[in-house]
Design a protein around this ligand. Structure first.
Ligand code: AMP
Length: 204
């Protein structure tokens, strides 16, 4: 089972991805996480990606496509994988079609107007990747013992540009996959558990 989670920044892709990957025992491949790890480690890919990520722009297609192509060729992807945050452009989707088969796309549909508050209020754990929201999480202690932080690109200035980029470059993927007939849309404005229940129904 090869899955793609599609949705605007803040739609809940990461949260749902963790649950799906655990339940179905498939690797969770988040291009955003891969870039953040590379930035932390100061690799050449990290240095290149940082300049785009800090502005809320997309990293160039060729950089992302190469990373994903190498990752899905690894052994643990033989029985399926879950892509979170990739593809984000039609060019990336076309590149993926050349190297991947049997893709099922889950589109998490949310009201774009609600996303700025979701993103700016998000706090993440740099150690385990868990995310929280300040409306329900009042301290900065992660359940793993880590200290929660706000991602630099969740600051208000960058959030608007990420949402604009989504509308211009990623939302067209909904039509792209609709034409192929392999996309299911779930209502991402429900609770986390309700969204997950709908995703499970869509996968089975
Ligand atoms: P995310 O954690 O998925 O929101 O990704 C954080 C940032 O990493 C994005 O705002 C982009 O700058 C970059 N990024 C992640 N995935 C991609 C992708 N598929 N294509 C281009 N840039 C990406």
């Amino acid at each position: 089972m090869n899955l793609i989670l599609l949705g605007a920044p803040g739609a809940g892709k990461g949260t749902q991805a963790v649950k799906i990957a655990q339940d179905f025992s498939i690797p969770h491949i988040s291009t955003g996480d891969i870039f953040r790890k590379n930035i932390k480690e100061g690799t050449p890919v990290g240095l290149k990606a940082k300049s785009y990520i800090d502005k809320g722009q997309l990293v160039p297609d060729e950089v992302v496509v190469e990373i994903v192509a190498l990752r899905i060729a690894e052994d643990d992807c033989k029985n399926g994988y879950l892509l979170d945050g990739f593809p984000r452009t039609v060019a990336q989707a076309e590149a993926l079609d050349k190297i991947a088969k049997d893709l099922t796309v889950i589109n998490i549909d949310v009201d774009l107007n609600a996303l700025a508050a979701r993103l700016t209020g998000r706090r993440v754990c740099p150690d385990c990747g868990e995310s929280y929201h300040i409306s329900t999480k009042k301290d900065d202690a992660c359940k793993c013992g880590g200290k929660l932080i706000q991602r630099d690109d969740d600051k208000l200035e960058t959030v608007q540009s990420r949402l604009n980029v989504y509308t211009a470059q990623t939302a067209p993927l909904i039509d792209y996959y609709t034409a192929k007939g392999n996309i299911v849309t779930v209502d991402g404005m429900q609770s986390i558990d309700e969204v997950y229940a709908d995703i499970k129904k869509a996968i089975k």
